[in-house]
Design a protein around this ligand. Sequence first.
Ligand code: CA
Length: 647
Amino acid sequence: MNLKFFSVLCASLCASSFCLAAENAFFSPDKKIQVVVNDNGGNPSYKVAYDNLTMLENSPLGINTNIGDFTQNLSMSSCDISEVSDSYQLPNIKQSSVDYHATQAVCSFQQDGRKVIDVIFRVSNRDVAFRYKIYEKRDNKVCVVNEEASGFCLPQGATTFLCPQSRPMGGFARTSPSYETSYSVDQLVGRNGWGEGYSFPCLFKVNDSNWVLISETGVDGNYVASRLLNVQGGFYKIGFPQQGECNGFGSTSAAVHLPCETPWRTITVGPLANIVETTVPFDLVKPKYEASQKYTYGKGSWSWIIGMDSSCNFDEQKRYIDFSAAMGYQTVLIDALWDVQIGRDKIKELADYGKTKGVGLFLWYNSNGSWNDAPQSPIGKMDNNLIRRQEMAWMKSIGIRGIKVDFFGGDKQNMMQLYENILADANDYGIMVIFHGCTLPRGWERMYPNYVASEAVLASENLHFGQGACDNEAFNATLHPFIRNTVGSMDFGGSALNKYYNADNAHGTQRRTSDVYALATAVLFQSCVQHFALAPNNLTDAPDWAIDFMKSVPTTWDETRFIDGYPGKYVIMARRHGSQWFIAGVNAQKETLKTTVNLPMFQKGDQIKVYSDDEQLNGKVSSQKVNKKQQIEVTIPNNGAVLLVTE
Ligand code: CA
């Protein structure tokens, strides 16, 4: 397909009489979202409106395979509309119990008189999603998907909140792309990142009150993970992996068995509350296996973020086990090089010691393999299923709680299979899994019950590596609840209470944010297992109220609600754990934010514990009563925060 076709398409193709078009419209259960699908006499498209306002203009549909080009010469033969619903419990995401209701539309397309694909739509009250079902063609039981036409035409005036996809085999030890690039906010459409598009999820502001978040879910070893490419202007489309990824090895296409259903393309629309509260990545997938045991989530510490590689020694890890025990935390994460700096026998000794303190171990692994130059060991343990399972049997024998596997090789199908195989094997041995240097999770919290979280963000390590990241820390924190963290658990490893990212707490990069901010991000950043960047010295050098809060803050949430904010400026959001609400706000704007927040979850007279900052970022704790309008005044200085907690 060429650019000319797309620009015509975006300008609403089928107004003229030359085509004999079939069109179908359907709505979300609350009727606010309307989707219209049209075959335009050959080239199918869809458009999306919310509250009668255009969110996506006519945007192409279709899929190009080696058994046929199903992007053109298609006619829509039927569109079966039904209601679907699902109720599920998922303790490891932003909301523990979800009731999902949606309209399903199965739009069938014919080519040369034969049904070739369905486009299956789901429209819930916040989200539109679609995927393709590809049918067998006579003796063809398999095919290769080379490209999707799936596009997204943002209306005139839309602005972008995006981070570029890295080129392959660049960055540290040729480990990119690993979803670790900076966001640009409120930019005009029409750019294509660094030439390779953008990493999911991708946020667009359509008008003063409505937004569009584009992502994908249900990606596993049966397909590739995708990115978003700009074609021109406000027109974006799905892009498959880059040829150079995974050391150039493996195809950029997806090989599938027929009939097959592709991953879901998701489009969350409406006000920012819809963006922050969406559960669409999880609504559309199912568990791929049963949990082998009940996994215990919770908090932990890790020495590496403050002490780096040299801290991965026996004595320091023992000290961190004691520290986790003093905090009431469940785990310690032992980062890279433990195999040479501690050794396997001594790791067993640490695991045994941890057991006496109620502290389990997470162990770091290199995912390699042959996909990049990352030298850190243990290496060669996770890329081969025989060795991996032997290693995991050893872990199980000494009671290892989880693993953190780092430095993956991109988004090709072979790498998606590796993620899935690590998860499935780890479940056999009762091990939880965190990924770093990795792709975005795409529904994995529900698909793989022992999956915990992924990095796929410029995480806390950058605060140690460079002052620029510290200077921009609050700015980035005001983006994640709307973008990266709203579609998947995020292993950020933050909430440092050291003034400096160094074991002596006297030199190195300097934290610009307040102590209340450190506490607030423990609520803002969602992952069911949190390894905080706290250090043993914080037991004596941090305020008591800060340590007490970090001891008690939950890592699992029953409910999440957006209160107020604007991506890149400030964010105030609420999470509930049991009957206790935690409302966290951070401000990245130069000016102090003074605002009245509506708290419909509280009653008049309810007592709230308030953690707040003065203009010099000195924190204090007070108690306040909710007024009869269920409101509270808050003041948040630049790089500061506020926390309101049910007393
Ligand atoms: Ca990283």
